[in-house]
Design a protein. Structure first.
Length: 280
């Protein structure tokens, strides 16, 4: 297997062996632990010697982003080896159909529809729930205050979609689909994806997001499409606003979810219509 294992996963030449729900959950924990084990010492070193080896915080953020990318890429490679017991590919390209622009637009539609559907009552209900992890929020607040916007964008809108989709759809869901029927596999992978977010509101939202992206992966077998959908979600949620007027609030809370359902259904039909992929 070449170091460019993402391409091998996407075209099916790297075949992930069947895995159970519990093994997938364990692998998710191993990923977090292994990543923390290699990244934390580096981060502490950079922070401790920042005044010696860096001129400004920009250089520090850049190095943190580079090491973050390398470590996540490497840890996922370890997860693949733990599942398959080797680096080898089968050499056979199973997924030859290229994803059309229409499919990518449908992927955008899925997420726009989902954001519209959850706009209002669901969002307020979700984020009124206890977080159960105040320390995580404190860490995020500190990170946002001390990091340039460009690096926040890189972290949340580029690296998170890339590596979360490689792991949770390209590897874990891939293996679960070989063990269970597609409905169970998608639900199981979405539960694991939700647990990985480590707090209740984000975990519930991540579960539903995992179901949507999981369905897109099942019908297209494209990790790249999943990354694109995840990117759009992480980018657009920054622009969700609520009106101050009570009247407009009521109107929008009714109209926007209805529009969202229409967009979602139409987009899902486009994604589902992928005759070149064998989903059985």
């Amino acid at each position: 297997m070449k170091l460019n294992y993402v391409k091998n996963l996407n075209d099916g030449s790297l075949c992930i062996k069947p895995i159970t729900f519990w093994k997938a959950l364990l692998l998710s924990f191993i990923y977090d632990i292994a990543y923390s084990f290699v990244y934390t010492p580096t981060s502490l070193f950079i922070n401790f010697y920042r005044d010696v080896i860096f001129i400004n915080s920009w250089s520090e953020n850049l190095l943190n982003s580079i090491t973050d990318f390398i470590y996540q890429y490497g840890v996922i490679l370890i997860i693949i080896v733990l599942i398959n017991k080797s680096f080898k590919t089968n050499g056979e390209i199973l997924h030859q159909e290229k994803i059309s622009k229409k499919k990518y637009l449908a992927g955008v539609g899925l997420i726009v529809g989902y954001i519209f559907i959850t706009y209002g009552v669901f969002d307020f209900f979700l984020y009124s729930m206890p977080t159960l992890n105040d320390g995580l929020y404190e860490y995020i607040e500190e990170y946002l205050l001390n990091t340039a916007y460009i690096f926040i964008f890189i972290s949340t809108c580029i690296m998170a979609p890339i590596f979360e989709e490689i792991l949770y759809r390209g590897v874990l869901l891939n293996g679960l689909l070989k063990k269970y029927n597609y409905k169970k596999a998608i639900i199981y992978s979405s539960i694991i994806f939700g647990i990985a977010h480590m707090n209740l509101p984000q975990g519930i939202n991540a579960f539903f997001l995992g179901v949507i992206i999981g369905l897109a992966y099942y019908y297209t077998r494209s990790i790249y499409l999943c990354m694109a959908i995840h990117f759009v979600n992480n980018f657009l949620v920054n622009f969700v606003v609520y009106p101050e007027s009570k009247l407009w609030t009521i109107i929008l809370f009714i109209i926007i979810p209805i529009i969202g359902m229409f967009i979602f259904v139409k987009s899902f039909r486009t994604i589902k219509n992928n005759k070149g992929i064998n989903n059985e």
